[in-house]
Design a protein around this ligand. Structure first.
Ligand code: NAD
Ligand code: IPM
Ligand code: MN
Length: 356
């Protein structure tokens, strides 16, 4: 089994190193090969997603990804920006189904920004469509306005679009996932305003006919953002488009204690997957050795389960993470009174020790 390891920028290399340590101690004989991606690849090869990196990703059974991006690249032409690497990988490999589980571990109930009773026992799954929507819709760009409130002035535009097959396949993924959980899907849309999301709602409703054992509810995205902090445990599986899913998953991360706790899996129809924390490269804390590696370590567990057929090893990693939290070890983002503050490497070492 071959894994492409793409650390990227900022805290990416720090957190991926910890996940690699954890994978190595399992002794599964995984073949891991690293390649530059994002800003690091731009520096090394003049492109955020070099041919060789894409080739390695294509040839691998799974990809372990850190994060890309830094403020210093924000003025580059868009195709050269680090973020194009992750968008390019998702598109090139057809990774349309993004799983972002928001689980509040018992030990971290106090680290959440919500009251303990609202998050204790929380286990929700956000399923974000990942290769369509306004992220990839064409046309997009800048031009001189021909109409609108200021004709003749400069304007910018993007295109929000979804095709029926794109919605059907992500809806099926959500209903299938709900079947293995609490059998409830909340489809999040903006059908009251956007044609794209009225269509989304209609298609999800049609697909639901094949899943009568699963409860389907529809919710507008603004309400969903509110309900997520009002009564998050009322959700089971949330399915939504690329942009709403991006925003709601960051919001949901705080229910678990920190964005440093939220893993993700991005899958295509061949079960090949890219595994990355839901957070970014965190330039504000990069190089300080304080980033929380648990989201990345938990993403590695998802990789073992979804792409490598190693469910038992995945269970072991998740149990080790819980054990380390039970020992009271905390990176600064999840630290609270009475617990022990540790750095990125110490946290990774503790998970490795718990696995031994
Ligand atoms: P971010 O997720 O990188 O950081 C947001 C905040 O969360 C920061 O205060 C950061 O310190 C904190 N944080 C994030 N991960 C953490 C961790 N593991 N442990 C502790 N604290 C953590 O989002 P941002 O600041 O908006 O973006 C920074 C860069 O990352 C941008 O260039 C953005 O485009 C990029 N980004 C990349 C990805 C990706 O590679 N998939 C995802 C999101 C953002
Ligand atoms: C994420 C990130 C990416 C996204 C960016 C970096 C392109 O925010 O993975 O959540 O918007 O999908
Ligand atoms: Mn995001």
């Amino acid at each position: 089994m071959k894994i492409a390891v793409l650390p990227g920028d900022g805290i990416g290399p720090e957190i991926v190193a910890e996940a690699v340590k954890v994978l190595e101690v399992l002794g599964l004989g995984l073949e891991m090969e690293s390649a530059p991606v994002g800003g690091a690849a731009y520096e090394a090869a003049g492109h955020p997603l070099p041919e060789a990196t894409l080739k390695l990703a294509r040839e691998s059974d799974a990809i372990l990804f850190g994060a890309v991006g830094d403020w210093k690249y924000d003025t580059l032409d868009r195709p050269l920006r680090p973020e194009q690497a992750i968008l390019g990988l998702r598109k090139a490999l057809g990774l349309f189904a993004n799983f972002r589980p928001a689980i509040c571990y018992e030990q971290l109930v106090g680290a959440s920004s919500l009251k303990p009773e609202l998050v204790a026992g929380l286990d929700i799954l956000i399923i974000r469509e990942l290769t369509g929507d306004i992220y990839f819709g064409q046309p997009r760009g800048r031009r001189t306005a021909e109409d609108g409130p200021f004709p003749g002035s400069e304007e910018a535009f993007d295109t929000m679009r979804y095709s029926r097959p794109e919605i059907e396949r992500i809806a099926r993924v959500a209903f299938e996932a709900a079947r293995k959980r609490n059998k409830k899907v909340t489809s999040v849309d903006k059908a009251n305003v956007l044609e794209t999301f009225q269509f989304w709602k209609d298609v999800v409703t049609e697909v639901h006919k094949d899943y009568p054992d699963v409860q389907l509810e529809h919710m507008y995205v603004d309400n969903a953002a509110m309900q997520l902090v009002k009564a998050p445990k009322a959700f089971d599986v949330i399915v939504t488009g690329n942009m709403f899913g991006d925003i709601l998953s960051d919001e949901a991360s705080m229910l678990t204690g920190s964005i440093g706790m939220l893993p993700s899996a991005s899958l295509n129809d061949r079960k090949q997957g890219l595994y990355e924390p839901s957070h970014g490269s965190a330039p504000d804390i990069a190089g300080k050795g304080v980033a929380n590696p648990l989201a990345t370590i938990l993403s590695a567990a998802m990789m073992l389960r979804f792409s490598l057929g190693q469910a038992e090893a995945a269970d072991r990693i998740e149990a080790a993470v819980k054990a380390v939290l039970a020992q009271g070890l905390r990176t600064p983002d999840i630290w609270s009174e009475g617990t022990t503050k540790v750095g990125t490497q110490q946290m990774g070492d503790a998970v490795v020790n718990a696995l031994r």
